[in-house]
Design a protein around this ligand. Structure first.
Ligand SMILES: [Zn+2]
Length: 560
């Protein structure tokens, strides 16, 4: 389908019939969706080549963002002008020199087909060869708060754990998300003596089909080079197994994968037991260093006391680049992921120039790199901020906000976790939009984008997306979008978008930034929020204005 291209007038005219309040407020903000779309068109054009981290395409996109930051009058706040260099190492698997096989009790070797049966994850330093017994560890979760332990009673020493993605129904979603993040999960298995993890996606809750997951394995993985960010130490093997082929793992174990998947579907307790087969892995990887960068621009606040505190608006500019062709197209343009959020960053910066606003605190416009590689750019910035060090008080992250239906409902990740959530709700109401919590908390979205890098430093954060309610026709539109376009070449300029939804979303984000920058008090986590744990006691006791950025946490990485 062709993308809709309304004129500003048509957008507002139509909007005023449907959402009078919203339209009036959007008009007041002078967002019409048109300039937003013009930025998306630049960032998602084929010559940007999918903006892979480290690529010429991403550099071109960054040059464009820098020009727009300049035009908007943002103060350069990186290390070299707007640029904050980020050093990375790229890891690629050489599949033709790598192999996976199952070894039966009798020594019979059953080779696996890479891509069809399973594939390696290069998120870890894969050992050149591993041969180890397999143990099925259920959901592979250790949740001390719930006295829940899938590892208890299992002998994992020298073994590779096989697990089913997901979590049992009685573990709250925030806890489940946190303990499923790759680094935290690995820490538990490492303590138990395991040498690797094979994950089987839960066939009932896969975002994208196996065929596409498998194609995506050809994108190399990356890591920050600094030792402080390494959290997969000791993990010799990491692989993902096709659920449609997973019965092979359970042969002779007394259980079938079908039975386990059925339990997982309803988030019921699953048994844990040793498997009769072992895994034999040979992995050839190549590594090379590269450099990328975050872009940092500051709009200084005016209050003599509060201007040294910072509210971050973040969006990742990178996408996954060029990959395996789908329907003859190999450019993964990333129009919505996250051309959409990057365009918003530039649009909102420009709006403060065309319609200046009195801001007590300062705003940081942060365009990060390497989100798709595991939140690496934001992780680096949150640990080593080139602006706002020690005084970042909030992050509003925009990533793939999906204006593909009219904006009536806004999904706010973190809605109940901090008073940023309350503030977001108020702003939404003032625009005639209803704020709702994540209707699909099991997708772990709150830890899957750059806000999590700030959360892990104790900073109250939000991510907001155009939403839907379960059971409505919109739910299917979003589900279809994920199935067909998410991380696929068809997330390009040739898809339907709703420009009024984008405009209204921008107006809401802008107002939230203004209200946060101008509030008397800094945002605080709610006492019962799970994510409050990352506020260190030391920083919590600092006077207001000095406790925003907290460092020195045990490092771990979010799942992707
Ligand atoms: Zn993405």
């Amino acid at each position: 389908m062709r993308a809709r291209t309304h004129t500003a007038l048509a957008v507002l005219g139509a909007a005023s019939l449907l959402f009078p309040l919203a339209a009036a407020r959007a008009a007041e903000m002078l967002f019409d969706g048109a300039s937003w779309w013009s930025h998306v068109k630049v960032l998602a054009a084929d010559n940007m080549q999918g903006r892979d981290t480290g690529s010429e395409g991403l550099k071109r996109a960054q040059a464009y963002v820098v020009k727009e930051f300049e035009k908007a009058g943002l103060k350069p706040a990186g290390i070299k002008g707007y640029y904050q260099p980020v050093k990375l190492v790229v890891r690629d698997i050489v599949e033709k020199e790598s192999s996976l096989a199952l070894v039966g009790k009798d020594g019979a070797v059953e080779p696996l087909v890479l891509g069809d049966d399973a594939y390696f994850s290069t998120r870890v330093h894969l050992a050149p060869s591993v041969e180890a017994p397999l143990v099925f560890a259920g959901y592979g979760l250790q949740v001390p708060e719930m006295n829940y332990d899938d590892l208890a009673g299992l002998d994992l020493k020298g073994k590779v754990a096989v697990l089913l993605s997901g979590s049992p129904a009685d573990v709250p979603s925030a806890l489940a998300s946190h303990y499923q993040s790759a680094g935290v999960r690995w820490a538990a298995f490492r303590r138990a003596g395991a040498v690797g993890i094979i994950s089987i996606p839960n066939p009932n809750s896969m975002d994208i089909p196996w065929s596409r997951m498998s194609l995506n394995r050809t994108h190399p993985s990356m890591d920050l080079v600094e030792a402080e960010f390494q959290d997969a130490g000791g993990e010799q093997l990491a692989a993902t197994f096709n659920p449609a082929q997973a019965e092979k793992l359970f042969a002779g174990s007394g259980h079938t994968f079908a039975e386990l998947a059925e339990l997982g579907k309803d988030r019921k307790a699953v048994p844990r037991f040793p498997l009769t087969v072992s895994i034999k892995a040979r992995a050839k990887t190549v590594e090379k260093p590269i450099e990328s960068a975050n872009l940092v621009g500051v709009l200084p606040g005016t209050d003599a006391k509060l201007r040294d505190e910072y509210v971050v608006l973040s969006a990742h500019l990178d996408h996954v680049g060029i990959g395996a062709p789908i329907n003859g197209d190999s450019i993964y343009n990333g129009a919505m992921d996250n051309g959409s959020g990057s365009a918003l960053l530039m649009d909102i910066a420009a709006s403060f120039k065309s319609h200046p606003e009195k801001l007590r605190r300062s705003l940081i416009f942060l365009s990060v790199t390497a989100e798709e590689k595991g939140l690496l750019g934001s992780r680096y910035f949150a640990a080593h901020p080139s602006a706002g060090a020690g005084a970042i008080i909030a992050d509003v992250n925009v990533d793939m906000f999906l204006p593909i239906v009219p904006l009536k409902v806004l999904k706010v990740l973190g809605l109940a976790d901090s008073d940023m959530g309350d503030r977001a709700r108020q702003v939404c109401e003032s625009f005639g939009v209803r704020a709702i919590p994540d209707p699909e908390p099991l997708r772990n979205s709150f830890i899957r984008s750059d806000q999590y890098s700030f959360i892990r430093h104790g900073i109250p954060s939000l991510k907001m997306d155009v939403g839907f309610e379960l059971g409505t026709p919109e739910q299917k539109i979003f589900k279809d979008w994920l199935t067909n376009r998410y991380h696929a070449p068809s997330d390009d300029l040739n898809q339907p978008v709703d420009l009024q939804a984008a405009a209204l979303y921008e107006a809401i984000v802008r107002q939230l930034l203004v209200n946060t920058a101008n509030a008397d008090a800094r945002p605080e986590w709610k006492a019962d929020s799970f994510f409050r744990r990352f506020v260190t006691e030391q920083s919590a006791s600092l006077p207001p204005g000095y406790g925003g950025s907290r460092t020195g946490k045990a490092p771990f990485s979010a799942s992707r």
